[in-house]
Write a protein that binds this ligand. Structure first.
Ligand code: NAG
Length: 486
């Protein structure tokens, strides 16, 4: 073809261009005619165009405000903002399957626990992972967690100046914890006070994942020639190396890899996707939530004071709080849950495909959704719905405690920060432990406020939805509490 184009005189060139134009013209026209007149979603919903971008959830939210509970956001894609639908789609007995978004992950890789679209395969893998996150295993991770939080507090104490880039420290902390508990790998980022180059690469690579999640067909165009995914490829080989190193040692304390990879395993490559999943799912999620939590503490000093009082009364003079000291503090959990409600770590939620027979919704204006339709129930939108959470835009930790739950927590099913059903987040208990540990110690040691000139706009504006979020910068002033008070 190319040869023909170059050698041929004008005539042949025009003929082949005409043929190509005719071919693609006919193809596009037939697709458009099909979508305009015959598509199975056509009668139900008209298409609202929204270009994929890095704060997709906010566009989705605006569309819902304008057009109601169900919005058609792609030829065969719907966004649904209704708790009954969300419970049905993500609930334990849902017949929905994972949508094509997950094929993006698989196109880049072998299937991991998360990307595996086959229900049976997921069940088998999930069983293995569950041992790594059951109550006994979690208790065994506690000493590591305590050590990392202790180290973070020590470093922050030395950092006390008028301005601390808290988002960096939280990010380093969460990667350190994940490396250690995940595969006994020492990132040492908090100790060194700087980011491992790998994390920078990972974050760059992740931005693509978000965009292509909504344009799945395009990923093949990129992956085949390997354009634009160099960072992802490098992350892959790094994960492989870490796994190899971990495989050679016998860790002194149990880690997650110990449960997932058999010591006699020879084919390590097949475990690389799970290693990467562990890093991505277990670190940015926690650190972005903690970053938003600090932001809310700065905006709501009364919340900070109330928590400090509760902790002081509970633990007396104890200088450092261990994970088990703060396992049952309802107000602390209320602060964490309220943060996850307003700022979920996976704002768009997870994509699902309706079963072939379609889906009948229990409520709402439209009852029937045809089979093989892609559905999203944006977590960010659901969790800011006044029908489920009165005064939705106000940060009220008491919503989650006996104080106000009767009036301000009307439908807990709409709270899905860790997703729901069989595919929910397996690490959620570990995440809660990590967050309690950091928040309790931080509030007990320091008074936290916005640094001079900081108003929180960067974290609001620059946060990117890359499936998990990468938060914008936040600078705070940390004032150590005087000895008498602690
Ligand atoms: C807070 O969130 C966690 C995680 O989703 C949940 O298990 C817990 O029940 C929530 N707390 C309350 C009081 O609802």
């Amino acid at each position: 073809m190319a040869a023909l184009l170059f050698t041929a005189a004008g005539g042949a060139l025009i003929v082949s261009w005409t043929a190509a134009l005719f071919y693609f013209g006919a193809l596009c026209t037939s697709i458009l005619i099909y979508r305009a007149f015959f598509h199975r979603l056509r009668k139900l919903y008209s298409l609202r165009w929204v270009l994929p971008h890095l704060q997709y959830y906010s566009s989705a939210e605006k569309l819902h405000e304008k057009y109601g509970e169900i919005v058609r956001t792609g030829p065969r894609e719907l966004s649904i903002a209704n708790v009954d639908a969300a419970a049905l789609i993500h609930g334990p007995s849902s017949r929905c399957t994972k949508g094509p978004w997950y094929s993006v992950l698989v196109a880049l890789d072998l299937p991991s626990l998360q990307s595996s679209r086959d229900k049976q395969e997921h069940k088998v893998r999930r069983k293995i992972w569950e041992r790594a996150f059951n109550a006994k295993s979690l208790r065994e991770y506690e000493p590591r967690l305590n050590r990392h939080t202790f180290e973070l507090m020590g470093q922050l104490k030395d950092q006390v100046t008028d301005s601390v880039r808290i988002t960096d420290w939280l990010n380093w902390y969460s990667f350190d914890v994940m490396g250690d508990i995940g595969f006994s790998h020492d990132f040492g980022m908090v100790r060194g006070g700087k980011e491992d180059e790998l994390i920078t690469k990972l974050h760059k690579g992740m931005a693509g994942g978000s965009i292509f999640g909504h344009l799945t067909w395009m990923i093949n165009l990129l992956v085949r020639p390997g354009v634009g995914i160099e960072d992802i490829v490098e992350f892959d080989s790094w994960a492989h190396d870490v796994l190899k190193r971990r495989h050679k040692i016998q860790p002194r304390e149990p880690d997650v890899t110990g449960w997932i990879v058999d010591p006699d395993e020879e084919d390590l490559a097949k475990h690389v996707p799970d290693t990467k999943l562990l890093i991505v799912a277990g670190s940015d999620t926690t650190s972005s939530t903690l970053a938003w939590l600090c932001y809310e503490l700065c905006k709501n000093p009364a919340v900070q004071i109330k928590l400090r009082k509760i902790l002081d009364a509970m633990v007396g003079n104890k200088a450092f709080l261990d994970v088990e000291d703060v396992a049952n503090v309802p107000y602390l959990d209320g602060i964490i849950n309220e943060t996850m409600r307003l700022h979920p770590a996976v704002p768009s939620g997870v994509q699902r495909l309706t079963p072939p027979e379609g889906l009948t919704l229990p409520s709402g204006p439209y009852k029937y959704i045809p089979g093989n339709t892609i559905v999203w129930t944006h977590t960010h939108t659901l969790q800011r719905n006044a029908d489920y959470f009165p005064r939705p835009m106000t940060f009220i930790p008491e919503r989650w405690t006996d104080e106000m739950s009767a009036t301000h927590l009307l439908d807990k099913r709409a709270f899905q920060p860790f997703s729901a059903g069989t595919y929910n987040c397996i690490g959620q208990k570990l995440a809660m432990m990590e967050m309690r540990s950091v928040v309790a110690n931080l509030v007990r040691r320091f008074e936290i406020e916005f640094a001079e000139g900081e108003k929180g706009e960067r974290i609001e504006r620059d946060t990117q939805d890359c499936f998990t979020v990468i938060v914008g910068a936040l600078d705070v002033r940390l004032t150590p509490r005087t000895a008498g008070k602690s």
